[in-house]
Design a protein around this ligand. Structure first.
Ligand code: NOJ
Length: 486
């Protein structure tokens, strides 16, 4: 309402009785308990937030940390949009206590972070670096002290450079085996306090972007057959990590992937479209998630790959499909709107219109129904009873206004709509047990540098001052009410 028009005047203009206006409007603002429970998430739903090591820690040369492929990659001119790097990032390595206080402020019950492999094993294998591990000991202890459950990711892309140099990184199964040993070490030392472990973050991104089109570290542009082999190796590394956590972690430690599932959605909600979308979801994820969950590559995948199909043994498929405790899904943009087809496997993705709305990253199309359909179809296809949204969130321009605040109503719009669709899923019994909002604070967004802001907290990267955006209030409210706040 404009500042020039009082509530009373507005009521008059709108033809409402001045006495009546306060009543109905206020009643709307505070839903009755019945309304509220209808839009609630299940009791015990886990609300969290997420970051990753290279994106927030900084301190790349401290306490014996080894070099990662990202340390070198960011130095190649032209690779990072704004020429920045994660060298300093959010200085989370030193400011973690304050950052944990912010997680607590939000009311989050869980925090997803990643361990920087080169901190723990500077060369990837060989001699461990106790000082590196100690950081994670301190981090985990501080989280627990504040009543926040640590959810640990073993690999969020910062591969030790030494493994790249010696073995070609994920091109070699040597790296997979060494990853298994590293996973065993982390499990042994941290799962006395960490109960949940994600293996690799977003194979779907780092394989193709890092080894196929050279956009991410290590910046390679390999032929398709080799990219397929790298993807297979990443699945193998996942399986070896699952086995390592089982063998060396505390009994009951839970483990699963955190994958940017290729998101397929029925173009419209008819039984035919839904069926086609389910087939598409399985096939479009045949190279990673499906082989993990089913222990085999689909016929359509092998036929399509032809001579470029990965080489593998049955023993590897067994390792890859080691049973997991949950499915972690990073869900952002709708990738494919699917219609039925009488060609091929029975589905066809529609072209995405140029005018499709997106957030402050071109790739981040706004399709709230993605977070309804994808978990729903995934639960059905892979018969899982525990899905976690390991990431969801949005980039915004996030201008600081003259009053020092950031009114990111665009991010709130995005979150509100996605969470309403997630709640729709849980209300139907889709087994989504928790949600990690990406991200706690603005951070180093890989090739986009510090330009693309995803945080609930704004970060001034010169002063390291963190300022809560309006979306931080929004999320706090969501958590407090256990409701989407649509
Ligand atoms: C996926 C990645 O896991 C994370 O590192 C990245 O910052 C967000 N999505 C946003 O792009």
């Amino acid at each position: 309402m404009s500042n020039n028009v009082s509530r009373r005047q507005f009521a008059k203009i709108a033809g409402l009785s001045a006495a009546g206006i306060a009543g109905p409007l206020d009643a709307e603002a505070k839903p009755t308990s019945t309304q509220r429970s209808a839009s609630n998430f299940p009791p015990g739903f886990l609300w969290g937030t997420a970051t990753s090591s290279y994106q927030v820690e900084g301190a790349v040369n401290e306490d014996g940390r080894g070099v990662s492929i990202w340390d070198n990659f960011v130095r190649i001119p032209g690779k990072i949009e704004d020429g920045s790097s994660g060298e300093r990032a959010n200085e989370h390595y030193h400011r973690y206590k304050d950052d944990i206080a912010r997680i607590k402020e939000l009311g989050c019950k869980a925090y997803r972070f990643s361990v920087a492999w080169p901190r723990v094993f500077p060369d990837g294998d060989g001699k461990s670096n106790p000082k590196g591990l100690d950081f994670y000991n301190r981090l985990v202890d501080e989280l627990l002290k504040n009543g926040i459950e640590p959810w640990l990711t073993l690999y969020h892309w910062d591969l030790p450079q030494s493994l790249q140099d010696r073995f070609g990184g994920w091109r070699s199964t040597e790296t997979c085996k060494i990853f298994g040993d590293y996973a065993a070490y982390v499990a042994k030392h941290l799962t006395d306090r960490v109960r949940n472990v994600f293996t690799l973050n977003e194979s779907g991104r780092f394989v193709y972007f890092g080894y196929g089109i050279g956009i991410d570290a290590p910046g390679l542009t390999l032929p398709q057959a080799e990219v397929n082999q790298v993807r297979h190796n990443s699945a193998l590394a996942h399986g070896l990590a699952v086995q390592a956590v089982r063998a060396h972690g505390r009994r009951g430690t839970r483990v699963g992937p955190a994958e940017n599932i290729d998101a397929c959605i029925p173009a419209i909600d008819t039984p035919e479209h839904v069926r086609a979308a389910a087939i598409a979801l399985r096939e479009m994820n045949a190279g990673y998630l499906n082989v993990i969950m089913e222990g085999r590559y689909t016929d359509a995948f092998l036929k399509f790959a032809g001579a470029d199909a990965p080489k593998y043994t049955d023993a590897e498929l067994k390792i890859i499909s080691s049973p997991v405790d949950f499915l972690g899904l990073n869900i952002y943009a709708p990738q494919h709107y699917i219609v039925p087809s009488d060609q091929g496997a029975g589905f066809a993705p529609l072209p995405i219109p140029k005018s499709f709305p997106h957030m402050n990253s071109d790739w981040l199309r706004v399709g709230p129904e993605t977070i309804y359909w994808v978990p729903k179809l995934a639960a059905k296809i892979w018969k899982t009873d525990a899905i976690y949204i390991s990431e969801n969130g949005a980039s915004g321009a996030d201008q600081v206004t003259p009053d020092g605040k950031i009114y990111d109503t665009d991010r709130i719009m995005y979150l509100r709509n996605y969470l309403a669709q997630l709640q729709r899923a849980t209300a139907e019994g889709v087994p989504v047990r928790g949600y990690f909002l990406w991200s706690l604070m603005d951070n180093f967004e890989w090739v986009y540098g510090l330009n693309k802001r995803f945080g609930l907290y704004h970060v001034n990267f010169d002063t390291q001052v963190r300022t809560p955006k309006l979306s931080a209030d929004f999320y706090r409210n969501v958590i407090a009410n256990n409701a989407a706040g649509a």
